[in-house]
Design a protein around this ligand. Sequence first.
Ligand code: SF4
Ligand code: SF4
Length: 155
Amino acid sequence: MFNYFKTIYKVGKALIQGMMVTWKSFWQPAVTVQFPDEKLNTPERFRGALTFDKETCTACNLCIKACPTACISLEPAVDPATKKRIAKVSWYQIDFGKCNYCRLCEEACPTKPIKSVRHTHQYEWGMLERKEMLVKWERMIPSTEPLTSTNMKPI
Ligand code: SF4
Ligand code: SF4
């Protein structure tokens, strides 16, 4: 009989303790972000989707050497008159299916004041197909806009 009431006491005490946590949280400000109506403020060094500036890239290959997943490829441009390689890219491609968002390519890129390959704060993008993860920039495309899910140029 004693154990019966002891158990009821323990259960009641645990229930009140749990409800006290609920009661305190009930009066705290809500922390849930109502996405997509509300957006998160990303930290300054947030590593979102990579973007690429084909006009400033010198085709130096340093980003390719720094990339641990070998997901970057490029082709240097050639001067049509001399047939010699020039410090520009013809095309540049990132396989986002392999990219781990480590920023090593951006850190290796020597262009100043803005890196030719760099992370954006863009986190709202996704792909439905594997081939959409291959994003290619070509110099003949007149666009230096920041990367968005609509202006990327998949091959
Ligand atoms: S963020 Fe890392 S994995 Fe992705 S392309 Fe740059 S170096 Fe490669
Ligand atoms: S993105 Fe930067 S590191 Fe990569 S090839 Fe162009 S200039 Fe060199």
